[in-house]
Design a protein around this ligand. Structure first.
Ligand code: DAH
Length: 341
């Protein structure tokens, strides 16, 4: 029996060496020291021994049991340490590794400038309205005092669509819609895309952007127009900016003006940006024509108003010194990434 015991010890310790994880260890413990385990079996087998041998043998078996229990708990600790180390190694973080760059988008330069413009007019109490890009001939022309066959239509090369429909050539169309929809006092701007059949070059694109403005109320005069545009120009270009009106013609305004601001580059002395003029044209404007008011259902004897149309693309190219308007439409990231970052 002693031999049996020694063989068991040897086999058990040898096997214990090979165990890798807590589950194997637990199986091992049950196999040797559980109720039906081998060591427990030895104790049971002692009944067959002569009575005088039993105490010594019992002691030996208990010794073996303690020895194995000790070995199992040491092994458990060893496995635990091993697992912990593996886990740490797997989770190791090299803080000196270069980070992953996350690409973030940005606003298009046209939107940067447009947002500034919207802020300025909103602070003066203007609402922002929207209008369709596929427009009717009526709102794009007729309601703006340009009847069919009127020579003023030649001022704009129109993309005509189906009967009576076109791509709007001016955001002024939204002005005509607003006159029908709102009651005075009216103070709106309408930013948006407009289309004209122009040849593409450094300063022309068949798609471009305007911001229409419209103010209607009792007693509105050209002084109000000048005040609003001066405020606008000074917020965009700086406090020292001056505004001048030049007489012009638009069918929907009378009188009509073209509006220049002092060149923000040279302050009015004349430079490359303003082509020596000292002034840069930024918009068209005027007092809303009585015919336009009437067609919009507003009595020109009771109300007056002014309107203006700002060219957004020109404003953006001068602000950022962009030499070619086509850059605004090509969506080349190498260009776009230079703004709003
Ligand atoms: N719609 C004109 C254009 O596209 C710009 C314009 C001029 C708008 C005078 C206006 C205005 O509202 O009063 O050339």
């Amino acid at each position: 029996m002693k031999e049996q015991l020694n063989a068991l010890r040897e086999a058990a310790l040898k096997e214990l060496e090979t165990l890798q994880n807590p589950k194997e260890l637990e199986d091992f413990r049950i196999r040797y020291m559980g109720k039906k385990g081998s060591v427990t079996g030895l104790l049971r087998g002692m009944g067959a021994l002569p009575a005088e041998e039993r105490p010594a043998m019992g002691q030996l078996v208990n010794q073996l049991r303690q020895e194995l229990e000790q070995a199992v708990s040491e092994k458990a600790q060893a496995i635990q340490n091993q697992l912990q180390e593996e886990k740490l190694a797997a989770e190791q973080l090299d803080v000196t590794m270069p980070g992953k760059t996350v690409k973030s988008g940005g606003l298009h330069p046209l939107n940067v400038v447009l947002n500034d413009i919207i802020d300025i007019f909103q602070s003066m109490g203007f609402d922002v309205v929207d209008g369709p890009e596929v427009e009717t001939d009526y709102y794009n022309f007729q309601a703006l005092n340009v009847p069919e066959d009127h020579p003023a239509r030649d001022m704009q090369d129109t993309f005509y669509l189906a009967e009576g429909l076109l791509l709007r050539t001016q955001t002024s169309a939204a002005q005509a819609r607003t006159l029908e929809q709102r009651k005075p006092p009216i103070r709106i701007i309408c930013p948006g895309r407009v289309y004209r059949a122009d040849e593409v070059d450094a300063t022309h694109s068949p798609v471009f952007h305007q911001i229409e403005g419209l103010v209607i109320d009792k007693g509105v005069t050209m002084c109000d127009l000048k005040g609003v545009l001066e405020q606008f120009a000074q917020e965009i270009y700086g406090e020292d900016t001056k505004v001048r009106f030049r007489p012009s013609f638009f069918p929907f305004t009378e009188p009509s003006v073209e509006v220049d601001v002092t060149c923000s580059e040279c302050g009015g002395k004349g430079c490359r940006v303003c082509k020596g003029a000292g002034w840069i044209e930024i918009l068209g404007a005027g007092m809303v024509h009585p015919n336009v008011l009437r067609m919009g259902g507003i009595d020109p004897e009771e109300y007056t108003g002014f309107a203006f149309g700002i060219g957004l693309d020109r404003l953006t190219t001068t602000r950022y010194k962009i030499s070619d308007i086509r850059l605004l439409f090509e969506n080349d990231l190498r260009f776009l990434e230079q703004f709003d970052r």
